[in-house]
Write a protein that binds this ligand. Structure first.
Ligand SMILES: Cc1cc2nc3c(=O)[nH]c(=O)nc-3n(C[C@H](O)[C@H](O)[C@H](O)COP(=O)(O)OP(=O)(O)OC[C@H]3O[C@@H](n4cnc5c(N)ncnc54)[C@H](O)[C@@H]3O)c2cc1C
Ligand SMILES: *[C@@H]1O[C@H](CO)[C@@H](O)[C@H](O)[C@H]1NC(C)=O
Ligand SMILES: *[C@@H]1O[C@H](CO)[C@@H](O)[C@H](O)[C@H]1NC(C)=O
Ligand SMILES: *[C@@H]1O[C@H](CO)[C@@H](O)[C@H](O)[C@H]1NC(C)=O
Ligand SMILES: *[C@@H]1O[C@H](CO)[C@@H](O)[C@H](O)[C@H]1NC(C)=O
Ligand SMILES: *[C@@H]1O[C@H](CO)[C@@H](O)[C@H](O)[C@H]1NC(C)=O
Ligand SMILES: *[C@@H]1O[C@H](CO)[C@@H](O)[C@H](O)[C@H]1NC(C)=O
Length: 542
């Protein structure tokens, strides 16, 4: 199959060269001065999911269109992956843990397909998590656990769920499936590739979910308040740092679509690194794009600095901004008609640490160690509704504490096992808080300090990071433009619709599709791309 594709691609290239030669000699010369027909020079800003996917699909679609792209990717960080990145516990490369995006799900076509094609190992999420406690999961409201679950949902736990929440646990499943199925239409014609996200969302009847809060959406669909507040809200809090009175209905459904949760062994960023390799893009790390200038012949001049030093520039036919515009610090000149609006982003504090201690039962007012859940999610206590407040964490003060894995501590006697934890919180946790969660004593003077003030014998390794991980997903009915100007494309608008690695990848693929259509059109290369054919082919290969 691959060799056949390679052969066809060779033939297309050859045809293209012949056509270009023909055009050169005749009256089409003015078109050619504007339009580089031999190949298009494309710059992609950002080597995260969106940028890597744009490059990967541009290369794939070149086989359909016959316009080979010459792709350069600019990334200001020292690494590929953006918000998907790992750090190594004790700096030991055999202990990587996710610092950013940690899971995706089996209906995520782009990530699953790419992982398979790239030969990456997909493992079930949390597969490294030791079953150290009797409880896999607990939902804490700051006073008590409103819900706990064992390592598999036993008939007894299921019975308790139904007793307490009625049919809500079943009803939510079908509501979620129904919503997800509409979303999946975005991967194929007549929707794909969509030139307007707002129009696609409307045509797919998804506005009813994005236009209202999660609380309203669930209520309209007959899900009981107690199930929403106790169970569903713990998921919107751990996934997005927001309560149901703020986050929209569609993102709430995404939080419920956790069937087949998986991750790439050794790090999800490997998908994006593999995509970039297979796109044959020229990748420029440590390269910060500072400005884009629109030239009179429709080409674009991009300025960038390497290693923070002086500015260089290059000219491109197309530029894809594959990062949240508001954090990219890119100057556009002349100023464009549509510049993406600034949207409020969540501030999330991630604390990763290793310790010889288990989580203290005392902190959670439990008597037995075995009862402390491996994964502690949170919700608001009954009767407390913080509505759409962005500072909505409430009495728990954190979003989640989870046990990730057990590692062997270096140079601390033979085979000493340490536990690795991840804490999500809106503020930097104090030493006092973390010490009491671990059940260790620290001097009074250090209570207000940071995790570094806890003794090395109690916290043996730490990595802290503040992220702007996702927007506050306020209800909305319109989304940012994808085409900001002639030949300038933007992926970030999809984050206000659904903010995940997969949706960024979908938008990258979509931009690649739109660019391919436009090249086909402007270069008059004959028949337009048959996207149904492509989507059908893709599904057969799954
Ligand atoms: C802690 C955390 C947990 C998360 N959990 C999940 C999860 O479990 N599952 C999930 O699917 N998603 C999760 N997400 C969200 C997910 O990470 C993002 O939705 C997705 O990775 C965004 O990809 P992107 O390519 O659109 O943006 P990014 O990954 O942010 O990539 C943009 C890139 O552009 C670069 N850049 C920006 N400006 C410039 C410039 N001027 N010049 C050069 N380069 C520039 C940036 O350095 C960055 O690398 C999580 C995010 C975080 C932070
Ligand atoms: C590809 O793009 C790079 C960066 O703009 C440029 O230096 C190079 O000449 C281009 N190659 C071709 C074959 O156009
Ligand atoms: C990027 O910068 C880092 C840190 O300064 C350096 O270690 C790395 O070698 C640089 N990479 C490239 C490709 O310039
Ligand atoms: C950036 O700096 C690193 C060292 O910190 C160096 O190895 C690398 O070559 C530099 N990159 C460029 C493109 O100059
Ligand atoms: C802890 O649990 C005990 C017994 O269940 C209860 O009496 C007490 O009020 C609880 N304390 C807190 C702080 O919740
Ligand atoms: C810690 O902070 C609290 C609340 O801000 C304050 O009352 C207390 O005096 C501080 N303790 C120390 C040791 O600084
Ligand atoms: C596109 O491909 C599909 C599936 O292979 C085929 O049924 C259809 O006729 C094609 N359409 C066109 C316009 O060629």
């Amino acid at each position: 199959m691959h060799s056949l594709r390679g052969f066809l691609y060779g033939v297309l290239l050859l045809l293209l060269c012949v056509c270009a030669l023909g055009a050169d000699a005749k009256e089409q010369a003015p078109l050619k001065s504007k339009y580089n027909t031999a190949s298009r020079n494309v710059a992609i800003i950002g080597a995260g999911s969106a940028g890597a996917s744009t490059a990967y699909y541009l290369r794939k679609f070149a086989e359909l269109s016959g316009v080979p792209p010459n792709i350069t990717v600019f990334e200001r960080e020292t690494y590929i992956g953006g918000r998907s990145t790992t750090v190594d516990v004790f700096d030991n490369p055999s202990y990587p843990v996710e610092l950013g995006a940690s899971i995706f799900v089996s209906i995520n076509h782009n990530l699953m397909d790419a992982a398979k094609e790239l030969g990456l190992k997909i493992s079930s999420a949390g597969g490294d998590r030791p079953k150290d406690s009797d409880k896999m999961l607990g939902i804490w409201d700051g006073d008590s656990f409103v819900y706990t679950q064992g390592h598999s949902l036993s008939w007894w736990e299921m019975a308790k769920l139904l007793w307490r929440y009625g049919l809500a646990p079943i009803r939510i499943q079908s509501l979620m499936k129904n919503t997800v199925n509409k979303f999946l239409e975005m991967y194929k014609p007549p929707y794909f590739p969509f030139s307007s996200l707002s129009s696609a969302v409307q045509a797919l009847d998804l506005l009813q979910a994005t236009a209202v809060t999660g609380a309203q959406f669930l209520e309209t669909n007959g899900i009981s308040k107690s199930f929403s507040n106790e169970i569903i809200q713990s998921s919107t809090r751990v996934n997005y740092g927001q309560n149901l009175g703020l986050i929209h209905g569609l993102e709430t459904m995404v939080c419920m679509a956790t069937d087949g949760a998986v991750a790439i062994e050794d790090g999800n960023w490997r998908i994006f690194s593999g995509m970039l390799d297979s796109s044959r893009a020229d990748i420029r790390l440590n390269s910060t794009v500072t400005a884009i200038e629109v030239n009179s012949d429709e080409t674009l001049t991009l300025s960038y600095s390497i290693n923070g030093s002086s500015i260089s520039s290059s000219t491109f036919d197309d530029i894809v901004i594959a990062a949240p515009f508001q954090y990219s610090n890119i100057e556009l000149s002349p100023s464009l008609e549509s510049i993406p609006d600034k949207v409020p982003y969540v501030k999330l504090y991630v604390t990763l640490f290793a310790s010889p201690h288990r989580i203290s039962p005392q902190y959670f007012n439990l008597s037995k160690q075995k009862d402390v859940p491996d994964m502690i999610l949170t919700t608001l206590p009954k009767g407390l509704d913080l509505g759409s407040r962005e500072d909505g964490v409430g009495p728990t003060s954190f979003w989640s504490i989870s046990l990730l894995r057990i590692v062997e501590a270096p140079a601390e006697g033979p085979h000493q096992q340490h536990y690795v934890y991840k804490v999500f919180s809106p503020e930097r946790p104090t030493a006092g808080f973390l010490a009491s969660v671990l059940g260790v004593e620290i001097p009074e003077a250090n209570q207000n300090g940071t995790i570094g003030d806890i003794s090395r014998k109690d916290v043996s390794w730490v990595h802290e990071k503040t992220w702007h991980p996702y927007p506050y997903e306020y209800p909305r009915v319109t989304f940012e433009k994808i085409r900001l100007a002639s030949n300038i494309w933007y992926t970030g608008g999809i984050e206000s619709f659904i903010s995940t690695m997969e949706t960024s990848s979908l938008m990258g693929m979509n931009v690649a599709g739109l660019m391919t259509n436009e090249w086909q059109d402007k270069l008059q290369l004959g028949k337009p791309v048959n996207w149904s054919g492509w989507a059908g082919q893709r599904n057969r290969e799954l």
